[in-house]
Design a protein around this ligand. Sequence first.
Ligand code: AMP
Length: 215
Amino acid sequence: MRKYIVMGIQGSGKGTQAAMLSRDFDLAQISVGDIFRWNVQNHTKIGAQVRRTMARGQLVEDDLVQQVVDDRLRGHDWNYGFIIDGFPRSAPQAEFFLESYDIDAVIYLDLPDEEVRRRVQGRRVCSRCGLDYNLMAHHPKRADTCDVCGGELVTREDDTEEALQNRLREYHEMIGPLLELFRRKERVVTVDARPDKETVQHAIRTALGLSTNTG
Ligand code: AMP
């Protein structure tokens, strides 16, 4: 059983790296941002509660995040473990989590602000199936069209300049104390998130002592 958390700023590749680990080690991939986006797209009660907060690039309140994470983990579909990205983003979230679950490592993806800005500007999401694209690294075969389902590719509602500023500020206020909290209790591995995704994945696996045999 392996239990990991991936932390890093928006655009640092948390979801991509988590998906690669999830695929090869049979880990349940849990993304709080994806769960919220699904709720917004499907017009659920939770979706209505979080939509505006998300669009402004602000953090959803801790109680609701806690509820969503708890519900997801109670699904018990994680025989080989799980990997969570985009969580925790506040000290109360981290404390609640550590009370209920032990984890093997926090993977911290380190990325400078100017690189975040560059990546976020190229980010698109399929309005139909939710697949993420980054126009710098992953061009769809037809412009503005999802390769998988043919849906229209759009800018995420929370990828505006104002929302990005908010997120960068909040992120820098939050990340230091959170990493400190995890360092005291758990293993934190810091990985340079600037290289291509395979190189970053290789570095993560080496740091965690996992097989580096991808695919
Ligand atoms: P993400 O896809 O991780 O960038 O998350 C998108 C949005 O979902 C964030 O801007 C927040 O509004 C919300 N969100 C995701 N994860 C959390 C969290 N752990 N705590 C609070 N809000 C979150």
